[in-house]
Design a protein around this ligand. Sequence first.
Ligand code: AP5
Length: 225
Amino acid sequence: MSELNLIMLGPPGAGKGTQAERLRTDFNLPHISTGDILRAEVADGTELGRKASEFMNAGKLVPDEVIVGMITGRVAEGDARDGFLLDGFPRNEAQAEALDAALLELDRHLTATLLIEVPDDDIVRRLAGRRVCVKNAAHIYHVDFDPPKHEGVCDQDGSRLEQRADDREDVIRTRLEVYHEQTEPLIAYYDRAGTLRRFDGLRSPDEVHAHIRATVATLRLEENL
Ligand code: AP5
Protein backbone atom coordinates (compact mmCIF):
# COMPACT_ATOMS: atom_id res chain seq x y z
CA MET A 1 0.00 0.00 0.00
CA SER A 2 1.36 3.43 -0.96
CA GLU A 3 1.82 6.35 1.43
CA LEU A 4 -0.75 9.13 1.94
CA ASN A 5 1.21 12.28 2.72
CA LEU A 6 -1.42 15.00 3.03
CA ILE A 7 -1.55 18.70 3.88
CA MET A 8 -4.75 20.44 5.01
CA LEU A 9 -4.67 24.04 3.75
CA GLY A 10 -7.14 26.88 4.24
CA PRO A 11 -7.95 29.97 6.28
CA PRO A 12 -8.39 29.86 10.05
CA GLY A 13 -11.74 28.25 10.81
CA ALA A 14 -12.15 26.66 7.36
CA GLY A 15 -12.68 23.29 9.01
CA LYS A 16 -9.18 21.80 8.70
CA GLY A 17 -9.21 20.31 12.19
CA THR A 18 -12.80 19.06 11.84
CA GLN A 19 -11.98 17.25 8.60
CA ALA A 20 -8.52 16.05 9.64
CA GLU A 21 -10.05 14.27 12.64
CA ARG A 22 -12.48 12.41 10.35
CA LEU A 23 -9.82 11.55 7.76
CA ARG A 24 -7.52 10.30 10.53
CA THR A 25 -10.10 7.60 11.28
CA ASP A 26 -10.92 6.88 7.61
CA PHE A 27 -7.33 6.36 6.52
CA ASN A 28 -5.59 5.53 9.81
CA LEU A 29 -3.13 8.44 9.58
CA PRO A 30 -1.64 10.54 12.39
CA HIS A 31 -3.25 14.00 12.57
CA ILE A 32 -0.35 16.41 13.13
CA SER A 33 -1.80 19.78 14.12
CA THR A 34 0.77 22.50 14.81
CA GLY A 35 -1.87 24.55 16.64
CA ASP A 36 -2.73 21.63 18.97
CA ILE A 37 0.97 20.87 19.59
CA LEU A 38 1.66 24.52 20.45
CA ARG A 39 -1.43 24.82 22.71
CA ALA A 40 -0.30 21.69 24.60
CA GLU A 41 3.10 23.36 25.16
CA VAL A 42 1.33 26.49 26.42
CA ALA A 43 -0.85 24.42 28.79
CA ASP A 44 2.24 22.60 30.12
CA GLY A 45 3.98 25.94 30.74
CA THR A 46 7.13 24.95 28.79
CA GLU A 47 9.71 27.45 27.51
CA LEU A 48 8.50 26.85 23.95
CA GLY A 49 4.89 27.36 25.08
CA ARG A 50 5.74 30.65 26.79
CA LYS A 51 7.49 31.89 23.65
CA ALA A 52 4.68 30.71 21.33
CA SER A 53 1.73 32.04 23.34
CA GLU A 54 2.67 35.70 22.77
CA PHE A 55 2.44 35.19 19.00
CA MET A 56 -0.66 32.96 19.15
CA ASN A 57 -2.68 35.29 21.37
CA ALA A 58 -1.89 38.13 18.97
CA GLY A 59 -2.91 36.04 15.93
CA LYS A 60 0.64 36.15 14.48
CA LEU A 61 2.74 33.25 13.21
CA VAL A 62 5.16 31.66 15.64
CA PRO A 63 8.72 32.09 14.22
CA ASP A 64 9.83 29.43 11.73
CA GLU A 65 12.83 28.38 13.85
CA VAL A 66 10.43 27.22 16.58
CA ILE A 67 8.15 25.25 14.30
CA VAL A 68 10.09 23.86 11.32
CA GLY A 69 12.38 21.41 13.16
CA MET A 70 9.47 20.22 15.28
CA ILE A 71 7.35 19.23 12.27
CA THR A 72 10.02 17.93 9.91
CA GLY A 73 11.14 15.68 12.78
CA ARG A 74 7.55 14.59 13.47
CA VAL A 75 6.84 13.37 9.89
CA ALA A 76 9.93 11.14 10.13
CA GLU A 77 8.55 9.31 13.20
CA GLY A 78 7.40 5.68 12.98
CA ASP A 79 3.64 6.27 13.11
CA ALA A 80 3.90 8.59 10.07
CA ARG A 81 5.74 5.97 7.98
CA ASP A 82 2.62 5.21 5.90
CA GLY A 83 1.55 8.84 5.73
CA PHE A 84 0.39 11.84 7.70
CA LEU A 85 -2.20 14.60 7.82
CA LEU A 86 -0.51 17.93 8.38
CA ASP A 87 -2.92 20.55 9.76
CA GLY A 88 -1.58 24.11 10.15
CA PHE A 89 1.79 23.46 8.51
CA PRO A 90 3.23 24.74 6.24
CA ARG A 91 1.99 28.31 6.66
CA ASN A 92 4.46 30.24 4.52
CA GLU A 93 6.84 29.54 1.65
CA ALA A 94 9.89 28.97 3.88
CA GLN A 95 7.99 26.25 5.78
CA ALA A 96 6.80 24.67 2.50
CA GLU A 97 10.37 24.56 1.18
CA ALA A 98 11.61 23.04 4.46
CA LEU A 99 8.94 20.32 4.21
CA ASP A 100 9.86 19.58 0.58
CA ALA A 101 13.53 19.23 1.58
CA ALA A 102 12.68 16.96 4.53
CA LEU A 103 10.50 14.69 2.36
CA LEU A 104 13.18 14.55 -0.34
CA GLU A 105 15.72 13.46 2.26
CA LEU A 106 13.33 10.69 3.36
CA ASP A 107 12.78 9.74 -0.32
CA ARG A 108 9.07 10.51 0.00
CA HIS A 109 6.70 12.89 -1.76
CA LEU A 110 3.52 14.79 -1.05
CA THR A 111 0.33 13.00 -2.17
CA ALA A 112 -2.04 16.00 -2.04
CA THR A 113 -2.68 19.45 -0.61
CA LEU A 114 -6.35 19.61 0.43
CA LEU A 115 -7.52 23.22 0.26
CA ILE A 116 -10.78 24.07 2.08
CA GLU A 117 -12.12 27.42 0.82
CA VAL A 118 -14.35 29.68 2.97
CA PRO A 119 -14.90 33.48 2.59
CA ASP A 120 -13.70 35.79 5.40
CA ASP A 121 -17.18 36.83 6.64
CA ASP A 122 -18.20 33.22 7.26
CA ILE A 123 -14.90 32.60 9.07
CA VAL A 124 -15.61 35.23 11.72
CA ARG A 125 -19.01 33.67 12.48
CA ARG A 126 -17.53 30.19 12.63
CA LEU A 127 -14.68 31.01 14.94
CA ALA A 128 -16.74 33.14 17.30
CA GLY A 129 -19.07 30.13 17.80
CA ARG A 130 -16.39 27.44 18.04
CA ARG A 131 -16.06 25.44 21.27
CA VAL A 132 -13.30 22.91 21.96
CA CYS A 133 -12.98 20.12 24.51
CA VAL A 134 -10.60 21.00 27.39
CA LYS A 135 -9.31 17.42 27.48
CA ASN A 136 -8.90 16.70 23.75
CA ALA A 137 -8.57 19.69 21.41
CA ALA A 138 -9.45 17.48 18.43
CA HIS A 139 -13.07 17.33 19.70
CA ILE A 140 -14.45 20.46 17.99
CA TYR A 141 -18.03 21.87 18.09
CA HIS A 142 -19.96 24.94 16.99
CA VAL A 143 -22.80 26.47 18.99
CA ASP A 144 -25.00 26.69 15.84
CA PHE A 145 -23.49 24.52 13.09
CA ASP A 146 -22.32 21.49 15.06
CA PRO A 147 -23.64 21.74 18.64
CA PRO A 148 -22.93 19.11 21.31
CA LYS A 149 -25.92 17.11 22.63
CA HIS A 150 -25.64 18.86 26.02
CA GLU A 151 -24.59 22.51 26.02
CA GLY A 152 -20.99 23.05 27.13
CA VAL A 153 -20.21 19.31 27.41
CA CYS A 154 -18.13 17.17 25.01
CA ASP A 155 -20.18 14.32 23.44
CA GLN A 156 -17.11 12.11 23.19
CA ASP A 157 -15.65 12.23 26.70
CA GLY A 158 -17.97 14.36 28.88
CA SER A 159 -15.33 17.08 29.45
CA ARG A 160 -16.09 20.79 29.62
CA LEU A 161 -16.07 22.79 26.36
CA GLU A 162 -14.32 26.17 26.17
CA GLN A 163 -13.60 28.99 23.74
CA ARG A 164 -10.05 29.30 22.37
CA ALA A 165 -8.06 32.34 23.53
CA ASP A 166 -7.45 33.43 19.91
CA ASP A 167 -11.13 33.20 18.88
CA ARG A 168 -11.84 36.84 19.83
CA GLU A 169 -13.04 38.97 16.90
CA ASP A 170 -10.03 41.34 16.85
CA VAL A 171 -7.58 38.40 16.91
CA ILE A 172 -9.60 36.56 14.23
CA ARG A 173 -9.21 39.61 11.93
CA THR A 174 -5.41 39.57 12.45
CA ARG A 175 -5.27 35.82 11.79
CA LEU A 176 -7.13 36.38 8.51
CA GLU A 177 -4.72 39.15 7.47
CA VAL A 178 -1.76 36.89 8.26
CA TYR A 179 -3.41 34.09 6.26
CA HIS A 180 -3.91 36.28 3.17
CA GLU A 181 -0.38 37.72 3.32
CA GLN A 182 1.69 34.69 4.23
CA THR A 183 -0.26 31.45 3.74
CA GLU A 184 -2.46 32.13 0.70
CA PRO A 185 0.58 32.24 -1.67
CA LEU A 186 0.96 28.52 -0.92
CA ILE A 187 -2.13 27.86 -3.05
CA ALA A 188 -0.13 28.87 -6.14
CA TYR A 189 2.93 27.03 -4.79
CA TYR A 190 1.07 23.70 -4.54
CA ASP A 191 -0.87 24.32 -7.75
CA ARG A 192 2.49 24.57 -9.54
CA ALA A 193 3.60 21.37 -7.83
CA GLY A 194 0.45 19.64 -9.13
CA THR A 195 -0.77 18.49 -5.69
CA LEU A 196 -3.57 21.02 -5.06
CA ARG A 197 -7.18 19.81 -4.63
CA ARG A 198 -9.93 22.36 -3.85
CA PHE A 199 -13.03 21.83 -1.67
CA ASP A 200 -16.03 24.07 -1.01
CA GLY A 201 -15.91 24.67 2.76
CA LEU A 202 -19.35 26.29 2.77
CA ARG A 203 -21.00 22.91 2.46
CA SER A 204 -21.93 20.99 5.59
CA PRO A 205 -19.15 19.20 7.52
CA ASP A 206 -20.56 15.84 6.29
CA GLU A 207 -20.57 16.94 2.65
CA VAL A 208 -17.04 18.37 2.83
CA HIS A 209 -15.93 15.14 4.44
CA ALA A 210 -17.55 12.98 1.74
CA HIS A 211 -15.84 14.99 -1.03
CA ILE A 212 -12.40 14.90 0.56
CA ARG A 213 -12.65 11.23 1.47
CA ALA A 214 -13.62 10.30 -2.11
CA THR A 215 -10.72 12.36 -3.51
CA VAL A 216 -8.17 10.83 -1.15
CA ALA A 217 -9.46 7.31 -1.82
CA THR A 218 -9.07 7.91 -5.57
CA LEU A 219 -5.56 9.30 -5.11
CA ARG A 220 -4.60 6.23 -3.14
CA LEU A 221 -5.94 3.94 -5.87
CA GLU A 222 -4.00 5.89 -8.50
CA GLU A 223 -0.79 5.69 -6.44
CA ASN A 224 -1.23 1.92 -6.20
CA LEU A 225 -1.66 1.41 -9.96
P1 AP5 B 1 -4.18 26.73 14.35
O1 AP5 B 1 -4.66 26.03 15.55
O2 AP5 B 1 -3.58 25.95 13.24
O3 AP5 B 1 -5.37 27.66 13.85
P2 AP5 B 1 -5.93 28.04 12.41
O4 AP5 B 1 -5.14 27.68 11.20
O5 AP5 B 1 -6.24 29.46 12.57
O6 AP5 B 1 -7.09 27.08 12.22
P3 AP5 B 1 -8.19 26.77 13.23
O7 AP5 B 1 -7.78 25.66 14.14
O8 AP5 B 1 -8.65 28.04 13.89
O9 AP5 B 1 -9.37 26.36 12.25
P4 AP5 B 1 -9.70 25.01 11.46
O10 AP5 B 1 -9.55 25.27 9.99
O11 AP5 B 1 -8.99 23.83 12.03
O12 AP5 B 1 -11.25 24.96 11.76
P5 AP5 B 1 -12.11 23.99 12.72
O13 AP5 B 1 -12.16 22.61 12.14
O14 AP5 B 1 -11.69 24.13 14.14
O15 AP5 B 1 -3.09 27.83 14.75
C1 AP5 B 1 -3.25 28.67 15.86
C2 AP5 B 1 -2.02 29.57 16.02
O16 AP5 B 1 -0.85 28.75 16.23
C3 AP5 B 1 -1.66 30.43 14.80
O17 AP5 B 1 -2.39 31.65 14.77
C4 AP5 B 1 -0.16 30.64 15.02
O18 AP5 B 1 0.08 31.62 16.01
C5 AP5 B 1 0.30 29.30 15.57
N1 AP5 B 1 0.74 28.38 14.51
C6 AP5 B 1 0.16 27.20 14.17
N2 AP5 B 1 0.82 26.62 13.16
C7 AP5 B 1 1.85 27.45 12.84
C8 AP5 B 1 2.88 27.40 11.87
N3 AP5 B 1 2.99 26.38 10.99
N4 AP5 B 1 3.76 28.42 11.82
C9 AP5 B 1 3.68 29.46 12.69
N5 AP5 B 1 2.71 29.56 13.63
C10 AP5 B 1 1.81 28.56 13.71
O19 AP5 B 1 -13.57 24.66 12.50
C11 AP5 B 1 -13.86 25.97 12.95
C12 AP5 B 1 -15.31 26.05 13.46
O20 AP5 B 1 -16.19 25.89 12.33
C13 AP5 B 1 -15.70 24.93 14.46
O21 AP5 B 1 -16.57 25.46 15.41
C14 AP5 B 1 -16.41 23.87 13.58
O22 AP5 B 1 -17.39 23.15 14.33
C15 AP5 B 1 -17.06 24.75 12.52
N6 AP5 B 1 -17.11 24.09 11.20
C16 AP5 B 1 -16.17 23.26 10.64
N7 AP5 B 1 -16.56 22.88 9.40
C17 AP5 B 1 -17.76 23.51 9.18
C18 AP5 B 1 -18.66 23.54 8.05
N8 AP5 B 1 -18.40 22.84 6.94
N9 AP5 B 1 -19.79 24.31 8.16
C19 AP5 B 1 -20.06 25.03 9.31
N10 AP5 B 1 -19.24 25.03 10.39
C20 AP5 B 1 -18.10 24.28 10.32
